[in-house]
Design a protein around this ligand. Structure first.
Ligand code: SAM
Length: 189
């Protein structure tokens, strides 16, 4: 149990989240998930980041809700289940010991069921392109409790190297209010 176990579990799961980012994600989750709290992840893929957040949740008797359409496509634009029909099975196997609840759906279809101010910690790593990334960030901020942490992956400084819209959208919505470490941004509500 604890950080070493979380990082070890995650290291066995294929992910583009780097070892330094995993360390930071643990730190964020561990320091911000309260006793009997609730965490949310948008975009879980194989579970590489999920196990880290979930293991922090375990320490505080909290739980993690993972929402992913499990299409196996990094930007979420492939027709569902076409590119990688095995991804959901890998995810379930990778997280089977973790305190995780799973919703297999497009996040856009689920936000309307989530009330304002309910989550202590939200990690966004779904579709990195507009308009979805903006839909995700607006909704995830809305459902975050006051004082909670919204964080997300793949804020890349050099947009020429990478055409994602994460940096642009974070700057539009949270200008002057976010912190950045590696490619993970954080905003406190
Ligand atoms: C970059 S991967 C997540 C990587 C994972 N967090 C990790 O650290 O390894 C993006 C995931 O977001 C999911 N996704 C993309 N758009 C989505 C949407 N609108 N709703 C739900 N899931 C989405 C994809 O299915 C994919 O599994």
């Amino acid at each position: 149990m604890g950080k070493e176990n979380a990082i070890l579990m995650s290291s066995k799961i294929f992910s583009y989240t780097t070892p330094l980012e995993k360390e930071y994600l643990w730190e964020l989750a561990y320091n911000n998930i309260p006793l009997h709290g609730s965490a949310l992840e948008i975009g879980s893929w194989n579970g590489g980041s999920s196990v880290i957040i979930a293991e922090a949740c375990r320490i505080f008797s909290s739980s993690l809700l993972c929402i992913d359409k499990f299409c196996g496509d990094l930007d979420g634009t492939a027709p569902q289940y076409k590119k990688d029909p095995e991804v959901i099975y890998r995810f379930v196997k990778n997280v089977e010991c973790c305190p995780i609840n799973i919703v297999i759906a497009d996040a856009s279809d689920i936000y309307k069921f989530l009330a304002d101010n309910v989550f202590d910690f939200v990690f966004v790593d779904g579709n990195h392109y507009l308009p979805q990334v903006e839909i995700d960030l607006i909704n995830c901020y809305r459902i975050l409790k006051p004082g909670g942490i919204l964080c997300g992956h793949d804020f890349v400084e050099n947009e020429e190297l990478n055409p994602w819209d994460v940096k642009k959208t974070v700057n539009k919505l949270f200008s002057g209010r976010y912190e950045l470490r590696e490619s993970i941004f954080t905003v406190r509500k």
